[in-house]
Design a protein around this ligand. Structure first.
Ligand code: SF4
Ligand code: SF4
Length: 298
């Protein structure tokens, strides 16, 4: 299953970054697919990106809400929020585990053989602050000297944007290099920091600083597809704790907002069949499904 998940990550990374004409055009793709929202963090301005990024779009939505209200227009265009809301309600952070190119990159970096370290659990709250302040509040209320709002997270933080858009565009458009300043070097330092951290710790950016992970995490209890614990079968052996890439102690917190449904605990750790993948509360494993059908017909 782990190999299957890697293939899914690879295919989705290629589908959301499937425009390979950019070395010739030297600019970003702006064709008809660019109205589609990518499920994971994937920069709109990446030259190969065929879709737009949900977090960039959410900040744009906040800017447009302020602008529209100031101009007496009450059509607020909740399309983006609707898209990621539906994905979140169905899948939650399963998207992080299966469909986010930046999560995939971090997983590959973590395979480099070095000494590994834990990510302190309290740092997970930082990403909720990023979501609230940098993605929602500041784009909604702060304007610059020209009366324009700013996409704060994209402009000051997003390492995925620096990797997928900032660096490739500097390579494709040499004239842009004259505009590089302190802001870009700050973002480059953040990118190097998170990529280096990902070599020695599992998915640090997803756990600490990703506002999309924070958003999808809000659906951890309500989402349709999730893992379930059977307390009657759990022996409290704690084997699931040691395989989790997100630091979740599954048997203690089966609806943890950090769970990316990578299935490692179910597939590789639990020997007692205490963990099952469920859709709308119905276990997907054939044996379990058969059991439910038999019980219902008795
Ligand atoms: S709790 Fe299990 S499925 Fe969730 S992230 Fe950890 S190992 Fe993966
Ligand atoms: S590995 Fe299975 S039995 Fe062991 S603590 Fe986790 S859920 Fe319980």
């Amino acid at each position: 299953m782990e190999l299957g998940r890697k293939w899914v990550q690879l295919v989705i990374a290629f589908l959301t970054n499937g425009y390979w004409g950019f070395p010739a055009t030297r600019t970003i793709y702006q064709g008809p697919l660019k109205v589609v929202c990518a499920p994971g963090l994937n920069c709109y301005s990446c030259p190969a990106a065929t879709t737009y990024c949900p977090m960039g779009a959410l900040q744009q939505l906040m800017l447009s809400i302020r602008f529209n209200l100031e101009n007496g227009q009450y059509f607020l265009g909740w399309y983006v929020l609707g898209c990621i809301g539906v994905v979140g309600a169905f899948l939650g952070r399963l998207v992080c585990g299966w469909a986010c190119p930046f999560g995939f990159i971090q997983e590959l970096l973590y395979k480099i053989p070095t000494r590994k370290f834990l990510v302190p659990r309290p740092l997970r709250f930082v990403k909720y602050g990023m979501l609230f302040f940098l993605v929602i509040l500041l784009p909604l209320v702060v304007v610059n000297e020209f009366g324009m709002g700013i996409t704060w997270y994209c402009k000051y933080i997003c390492p995925a944007g620096t990797l997928e858009a900032g660096l490739p565009l500097l390579w494709l458009q040499p004239e842009l290099r004259q505009t590089v300043g302190l802001l870009f070097y700050n973002k480059l330092a953040l990118l190097v920091f998170f990529l280096s951290w990902a070599v020695v710790a599992s998915r640090p950016f997803c756990r600490v600083a990703c506002p999309l992970g924070a958003f999808y995490g809000l659906f951890s209890r309500a989402r349709l597809v999730k893992l379930q614990l059977d307390p009657a079968k759990c022996t409290n052996c704690k084997a699931c704790h040691y395989v989790c890439p997100m630091g979740v102690k599954f048997n203690e917190s089966p609806e943890d907002a950090e769970c990316i449904t990578c299935l490692a605990c179910m597939e590789r750790a639990c020997k007692f069949d205490a963990i099952s993948l469920t859709v709308g509360g119905i276990p997907l494993r054939a044996g379990e499904v058969r059991k439910i059908v038999v019980e219902k017909t008795e």
